[in-house]
Write a protein that binds this ligand. Structure first.
Ligand SMILES: Cc1ncc(COP(=O)(O)O)c(C=O)c1O
Length: 380
């Protein structure tokens, strides 16, 4: 048995998505900017995909821009807001993905913004009173806070954060990469200026994503070039990527309730099995609480042991693919800025298991048993 439990890093492509993409690789190859029929048929497919995404998010197609993925969409929202709107103060958290954190650090280093970090507790829950304090004392600000953390799964109340931002006239960007396709996002209800999606996190293709930007927030493009994406992103569109993204999001919304139930069941089973078979096991962040964390992510905290150094490697030998931190550092246990920010005891091991609709109970049982055996042997 080979088990893939690293779905927060990336998910396998859905066959239905591939089938929707294939004709745009082989038959419909025109450049969507061309005025002839080869171009026009592809342009029309892109605009249909945009309408699909917009409808699912309860917004208009004019507010959806396709990008090369989550990282580019995060960069565009943050950098272009500061540049175009002359924003000089930014608020974020130490728990963000590097797509946000490194972008903010760069702006601070260049002297473009003064950066403030929001306080949080040892489980990653944010202090929203602190957010109000920071906003009350500052000029117009950009606030960038993720919907759910990719490493520990902790969910943030982005509707509440959106409300606070509106109260202080702040621009609100939420990195929704880990929740897009797993929860329903109604942009009218959330009230954020920017949301982000990345297709490969919900069984779509890699290298394509989108930025939702509300029409009232007028920013200039990050990537200069042609007039694509209504002058908001130069460069020939990733046509089959865009077709795949829209199809994957459509499927995710269509089957969401069923898949959520399935994955929450797998996560609960993993928690139960690990507690049953291991002595000193706990869970980082809020990942053991169903209503406070992503149903796709479980971050397990393991007893201090020599095995921790080689944990991911040992799991890999046992044919289990998991991760020790965010997607970008998976493979090597490169250490996690999130767990460090939470003050997690560095002598303990941690592993992130992340689930998809394709995982089974038999896989969960095998992984829990394998992990328990590894630690029993080591501690004996
Ligand atoms: C929370 C979060 N933001 C942004 C990204 C980057 O997305 P992409 O891989 O599409 O660039 C990731 C990917 O791991 C993520 O988990």
């Amino acid at each position: 048995m080979r088990v893939y439990l690293d779905n927060a890093a990336t998910t396998p492509l859905d066959k239905e998505v591939f089938d929707a993409m294939a004709p745009f690789m082989l038959e419909h190859f025109g450049n969507p900017s061309s005025i002839h029929s080869h171009g026009r048929e592809v342009r029309s497919a892109i605009e249909k995909a945009r309408r699909t995404v917009a409808t699912l998010l309860n917004t208009s197609p004019a507010e959806v821009f396709f990008t090369s993925g989550g990282t580019e969409a995060d960069n565009a929202a943050i950098v272009c807001t500061c540049r175009s709107l002359g924003i000089k103060h930014a608020i974020t958290t130490k728990l963000e993905h590097h797509a946000v954190l490194h972008t903010m650090e760069m702006l601070e280093k260049q002297g473009d913004v003064q950066l403030s970090y929001l306080r949080h507790d040892e489980r990653g829950n944010l202090d929203l009173e602190h957010l109000e304090e920071l906003l009350a004392n500052q000029p117009r600000t950009i606030v960038s806070i993720m919907h759910a953390n990719n490493e520990i799964g902790t969910l943030n109340d982005i509707e509440k954060i959106g409300e606070i931002c509106r109260k202080y006239d702040a621009i609100f960007h939420s990195d929704t990469v880990q929740t897009m396709g797993h929860y329903k996002h109604d942009v009218q209800q959330i009230g954020a200026n920017f949301l982000v999606g990345s297709a490969h996190k919900f069984h779509g293709p890699k290298g394509v994503g989108f930025l939702y930007c509300d029409a009232a927030t007028k920013i200039q493009p990050l990537i200069q070039g042609g007039a694509q994406e209504r002058n908001m992103r130069g460069g020939t569109e990733n046509v089959y990527g865009i077709i795949g993204l829209a199809k994957a999001l459509e499927i995710a919304y269509r089957d969401m309730a069923e898949h959520q139930k399935h994955m929450q069941g797998l996560k609960d089973r993993m928690i139960y099995k690990l507690r049953e078979q291991m002595e000193d096991v706990s869970f980082n962040g809020m990942s053991e609480f169903a209503d406070k964390s992503l149903y796709t992510v479980l971050n397990v905290s393991l007893p201090a042991s020599d095995i921790n150094e080689m944990l991911l490697f040992s799991l890999d030998i046992a044919k289990i693919s998991a991760s020790g931190g965010s997607a970008c550092s998976s493979g090597a246990n490169a250490g996690s800025h999130v767990l460090r920010a939470l003050g997690v005891d560095p002598s303990r091991g941690s592993v992130r298991f992340s689930f998809s609709k394709y995982n089974t109970e038999a896989e969960i049982d095998y992984v829990a048993e394998t992990l328990a055996k590894m630690y029993k042997k080591e501690l004996a």
